[in-house]
Design a protein around this ligand. Structure first.
Ligand SMILES: Nc1nc2c(ncn2[C@@H]2O[C@H](COP(=O)(O)OP(=O)(O)OP(=O)(O)O)[C@@H](O)[C@H]2O)c(=O)[nH]1
Ligand SMILES: [Mg+2]
Length: 210
């Protein structure tokens, strides 16, 4: 399948906050009740449409466990978008956000577009972090904010799509240089068929996009 752009995303945050479930809900529309601890890094992909352009999202789902931290740090640099996830029912996962942001600042490209995600919003009765706290932390650190449920799928599509749209807008406005190999963005090749009147055969042209 051809695409105009490929955007690389990374999902980070403490263990068991629901990173793999968010990815599974976005790519496969399903929810998994068990915690299959991610070892190192796994990846998923989905083709989406923005502004009538095919955009392939390549999503790296990292392990939240401390022991894998040095491995997952290697994936920050090549990412254009990040979902930084905490669990609204476990306060410590919110308190660890500062340490995740430190890793992000030290290892990612400066244009990384970060969305703070408060996951498990279906567990309202166990809430330990208010919506306002999440929103304020995001504002203070220059991030966008959303609460999601990987279980009910609430806002999961929105989380990935709004991040992709923000990156796309930055490309359009010339705020991100796609030439940079660490930008986490690749220009795809779309096959364009042109009819050449001097030649009986129409020729195939490979081109970038937009
Ligand atoms: N109720 C509820 N449970 C969730 C939600 N998202 C994930 N879970 C559960 O939380 C547990 C951990 O989910 P995972 O997606 O495996 O967590 P993770 O962040 O990938 O964890 P690591 O791979 O260890 O970093 C699982 O038992 C999920 O079923 C949610 O939105 N609501
Ligand atoms: Mg996981």
């Amino acid at each position: 399948m051809s695409f105009h752009y490929l955007f690389k995303f990374i999902i980070i945050g403490d263990s068991a906050v629901g990173k793999s479930c968010l990815l599974l809900q976005f790519t496969d529309n399903r929810f998994q009740t068990t915690h299959d601890l991610t070892v190192g890094v796994e990846f998923g992909a989905r083709l989406v449409k923005i502004d009538n352009k095919n955009i392939k999202l390549q999503i790296w789902d990292t392990a939240g466990q401390e022991t894998f931290r040095s491995i997952t740090r290697n994936y920050y640099r090549g990412a254009a978008g990040a979902l930084l996830v905490y669990d609204i029912t476990r306060r410590e996962t919110f308190e660890h956000l500062t340490s995740w942001l430190e890793d992000t600042t030290n290892n990612s490209n400066p244009n990384l577009n970060i969305l703070l995600v408060g996951n498990k919003s279906d567990l309202e009765e166990n809430r330990a972090v208010s919506f306002e706290e999440g929103l304020n932390f995001a504002k203070e650190n220059g991030m966008r904010f959303i609460e999601t449920s990987a279980k009910t799928a609430l806002n999961v599509e929105k989380a990935f799509m709004e991040t992709a749209e923000a990156i796309y807008q930055n490309i359009k406005n010339g705020e991100i240089s796609v030439d940079n190999e660490n930008s986490g963005i690749k220009i795809g090749t779309t096959e364009i068929y042109e009819y050449d009147s001097d030649n009986e055969n129409s020729k195939e042209k490979s081109g970038g996009c937009c």
